[in-house]
Write a new protein. Structure first.
Length: 256
């Protein structure tokens, strides 16, 4: 299961729930203080398709948890960890203490070896340290700006804007395509695409390509590569059933 996590810190290579915090001042500290015996440190993340816009100072990370280590809320496995009113009384809490119920169920998931809880609503609770890749937030914001101004762009998350470079851009991974209704895209669209295609954060050959299709009134976001000759680009475009290629130096679209 792939996830996106937003943090106020840059340069992280691992997320550690021991450094928990929700961005809501004092929330986790208050719960930890009120339920010290059952509180389990955790971090919060999102499914890649449930990303959100973030504050300008927020850094974005992507990571993966093996499906076998994810507890899905509402599943039979989750039901087996359900806390009853009698359980709460046995732990010394009021029978209707919802917060205590949540904390005990979270601790049970942790004790059973689960690394994350999928809330089923787009949110993910991370319980164990996990390695992550930082996505370049400034580059992703520039992609949004370029596309919304020019109607499209070819952008490498490692090399920057490819406009004006020598070469021809062509989509060679159509199964990665993400389509957005209308001409404008938002930051969270690019975050979701970059997270789903995590390799783009460190690859110098594959790039993000966006273009507005007037015939469908939709924007396509694709994994793009660049090649040196128009003939080779057209051959690849035909092979992968593409409508056009883009000449980066001349800044013109060439129909297939």
């Amino acid at each position: 299961m792939r996830f996106v996590h937003y943090s106020g810190e840059s340069g992280l290579t691992k997320l550690d729930p021991a450094y928990h915090g929700t961005g809501i001042a004092g929330t986790e500290k208050r719960v930890a203080r009120e339920y010290p015996d059952i509180f389990t440190p955790r971090l919060y993340a999102y499914h890649t398709q449930h990303t959100r816009d973030s504050k300008p100072g927020t850094f974005v990370y992507v990571g993966d948890v093996p499906d076998s280590l994810v507890l899905l809320a509402g599943s039979e496995s989750a039901k087996a960890l359900t806390v009853t009113g009698a359980d709460l009384l046995r732990y010394g809490y009021a029978k209707m203490d919802v917060r205590a119920r949540v904390e005990i169920e979270t601790r049970r998931a942790f004790d059973c070896g689960y690394h994350a809880i999928d809330t089923g609503l787009g949110g993910i609770i991370l319980l164990h340290p996990i390695e992550v890749t930082e996505l370049p937030r400034d580059a992703m914001r520039e992609i949004v700006e370029l596309h919304n101004r020019e109607g499209g762009c070819t952008y490498s998350l490692t090399l920057g804007n490819m406009a004006g470079k020598t070469g021809y851009a062509v989509s060679v991974h159509p199964f990665c395509n993400q389509q957005v209704a209308g001409k404008a895209i938002r930051y969270e669209h690019v975050v979701a695409f970059a997270a789903e295609n995590r390799v783009l954060a460190s690859d110098t050959i594959l790039h993000i390509g966006t273009w507005y299709d007037t015939t469908t009134n939709a924007t396509d976001i694709d994994v793009i590569t660049t090649v040196g000759t128009v003939g080779w680009a057209l051959e690849l475009a035909r092979k992968f059933d593409q409508k056009a290629i883009f000449d980066l130096s001349a800044m013109v679209t060439i129909p297939v």
